[in-house]
Design a protein around this ligand. Sequence first.
Ligand SMILES: NC(=O)N[C@@H](CC(=O)O)C(=O)O
Ligand SMILES: [Zn+2]
Ligand SMILES: [Zn+2]
Length: 344
Amino acid sequence: MTSLTLTRPDDWHLHLRDDEALAAVVGASARQMGRAIIMPNLKPPVTTTEQALAYRERILAALPAGSAFEPLMTLYLTDRTPAEEIERAHASGLVQAVKLYPAGATTNSDSGVTDLRHCDEAIAAMARLGMPLLVHGEVTDAEIDIFDREAVFIERVMKPLLERHPTLRVVFEHITTADAAEFVTAAPANVAATITAHHLLYNRNHMLVGGIRPHYYCLPILKRERHRQALLAAATSGSPKFFLGTDSAPHAQGDKESACGCAGAYTAPAAIELYAEAFEEAGALDRLEGFASHFGPDFYGLPRNAESVTLVREPWQLPESLAYVGDARIVPLRAGETLAWKLA
Ligand SMILES: NC(=O)N[C@@H](CC(=O)O)C(=O)O
Ligand SMILES: [Zn+2]
Ligand SMILES: [Zn+2]
């Protein structure tokens, strides 16, 4: 196959940051994606509808001229989010979902939830309104090994949550383990998952063998090869429960290449190309469109995009780095390397 035309994809999990960083990165996603679910982990986090709508305006203002990219906004759930805030968010028509970060789980998650039982009223409102809860699924207990945090989360948090709120629509974000893929597959239709391109392409050896590669460090951390294989099988299965979410998470080069480097892989500049590479490896390029362009809007109850995009088999080199904030640069995943597919 030398070219592949598909309905324009959407990104159901994206970090765009704010201010200068937003201006530097938004164009990369807008070039590829029709819409994206925008993560609310700013500093301070986006916890109210008013903040989400103001953030949306800043995103729209930062878009390249003529772009039709649509930011779909989210609220950051805290221990104190009132049910009325969920109702306001839903009524706005512009806030699509609410994000659960366990406190301390990842970048800018200090205001995250300490105990989900504090959020029962907000979550009951979401279940009633059909608003999805997007979950960063890792426990944060110091004694749990970083490679086990997702699997333990399923038992300790995800299962009890769905027992208390069986009709809640849940997206298990950026899944990284066979355990999560199996859990989502077995769950009822109100439970789905996003999968990143980097978790489909890489295992922990890519990050750690022959030297530590900070641009492969993200959360949840890359796992063993058998988990990557399970994710690839889920993504290419044709199941509508699994759809595209890049988790493209920009950090300045110096914040990644550091003695204490930030978590997050910047994949937006070549997102669909990276997914195409993963699907091709699995011999499933014909399943890419469902995963990238159909199942996400179907789950969110939104129309599929009307436009299409074309990928061509044409080797091209990703830049070593790109302009970011001030003098700082940002290093995209696979910087300086050659990719097989190119968005026409
Ligand atoms: N994925 C990451 O490693 N980092 C994300 C946060 C997140 O999605 O957990 C970020 O905001 O930098
Ligand atoms: Zn996350
Ligand atoms: Zn994320």
